[in-house]
Design a protein around this ligand. Structure first.
Ligand code: ZN
Length: 199
């Protein structure tokens, strides 16, 4: 069998899927749905999330509606790479915005190995700015799904995460009550704190 022949192309060719959206938009629910379907199809599945995300529990991806799949907490991309089993066919990664730019080459490498890589994460931070590495992952992905919440001001589909409590950092981890979903029109871009302001 000549694997290089076009007609002999493996049916389970690797690819990258990105599920991107604001907070409360159902990213984890969609990731869990896809991972469960893969498991039902008897594919070997591994799920990961950053160890920083301890909202619910360390060893599961949990959606706001309390669905869950077992997952391995990883401190960084190197730890994720070490935790990967060679025979895993489907890899799910939640809250990928916390894993940094090294996730992009790893996702490409895994897809080239024939694996299906499903990545969920915030596409914008609380300022409405692209939240790397999600934009870069969206660029190299075969399939991108944008999830939307409901704007709490006007009821339109919401793509932004409005910070409604003070805090440091681009995201207050585990502080969902500090944000609410807003549409583009209702989103109010935060005024930079003095430390963040341009000189
Ligand atoms: Zn609105």
């Amino acid at each position: 069998m000549n694997a290089a022949h076009p007609r002999m192309r493996p049916t389970h060719a690797g690819w990258i899927e990105v599920i991107a959206g604001g907070m409360f938009s159902g990213k984890s629910e969609e990731l869990i749905r896809r991972l469960r379907r893969a498991a039902i199809a008897r594919q070997t599945v591994q799920a990961f999330k950053p160890a920083i995300d301890d909202r619910y529990e360390a060893d599961a991806i949990v959606s706001h509606d309390e669905r869950r799949v077992p997952s391995t907490p990883v401190a960084d991309v190197a730890a994720l790479r070490r935790a990967l089993a060679p025979d895993t066919q489907v890899i799910g990664i939640d809250e990928a915005q916390f894993l940094g730019p090294e996730l992009v080459p790893l996702a490409v490498e895994l897809a080239k190995q024939g694996k299906r890589v499903i990545i969920a994460g915030l596409d914008m931070d609380y300022r409405g700015e692209p939240f790397e590495p999600i934009p870069q992952l969206m660029a190299v992905a075969e399939e991108v799904t944008k999830t939307h919440a409901v704007c709490l001001v006007c009821g339109a589909p919401a793509s932004h995460s409005q910070r409604i409590a003070a805090g440091d950092g681009r995201v207050l981890v585990g502080a969902g009550e500090a944000y609410e979903p807003r549409c583009r029109d209702c989103f109010e871009q935060p005024v930079p704190a003095p430390a963040e302001a341009e000189p």
